[in-house]
Design a protein around this ligand. Structure first.
Ligand code: ATP
Ligand code: MG
Length: 160
């Protein structure tokens, strides 16, 4: 198991984005990455951070019908690195939001659809984000789309 260390987030997010974009293209979903070119470092492990953003981008494509959009946005505010993954997909019913982070929980509209899943991804994502000293928020409107925002403390890059 790797020890958490300062990791430049943009190259890692780009790598996951490019992988998921292949699936998205097959499904006719347009993916956009908006990020500053700054060297934004956060404390974490390569595996853990890849798992976080792989799950969130994977879910965005999975729960968005063909013709939709997925946008990944990165920003630095007040010493925090914000990474949001937004989609124009099926959304999450408001009544299901409180249970969203529980293991094996799946929203009613996802269960009613033909989209399969175990309901484990987000529970792992939340645990990892918190292990790295950050937090995660969700904003969703059923039938319109979902945004997950991961906030991680910025780690200063070593000065040359
Ligand atoms: P898996 O364990 O394979 O990831 P899953 O995708 O069902 O299965 P989670 O990733 O934990 O499980 O997500 C839990 C539930 O949250 C999903 O079943 C779905 O109801 C809802 N969900 C997660 N991401 C989105 C999204 N982007 N849009 C709509 N619903 C979502
Ligand atoms: Mg999932």
């Amino acid at each position: 198991q790797q020890a958490p260390a300062p990791i430049p987030l943009l190259p890692l997010v780009k790598r996951i984005f490019d992988q998921v974009a292949l699936e998205a293209t097959d499904k006719q979903i347009a993916m956009t990455l908006e990020a500053p070119e700054a060297d934004l470092r956060v404390r974490g492990t390569e595996d853990g951070l890849s798992n976080i953003f792989g799950n969130l981008m994977g879910n965005a494509v999975k729960y968005t019908p063909a013709g939709g959009k997925v946008t990944v946005h990165m920003a630095l505010t007040g010493g925090q690195v914000l990474t949001s993954v937004s989609d124009t997909g099926i959304g999450i019913p408001e009544k299901d939001l409180p249970q969203l982070w529980q293991e094996f929980f799946r929203a009613s509209n996802a269960r009613a659809s033909k989209i399969v899943g175990t309901g484990l991804g987000l529970s792992i994502v939340k645990r990892l984000v918190e292990t790295f000293g950050g937090h995660i928020q969700v904003h969703s409107v059923e039938g319109q789309g979902t945004t997950f925002t991961v906030t991680l403390p910025q780690v200063e890059a070593p000065s040359a």
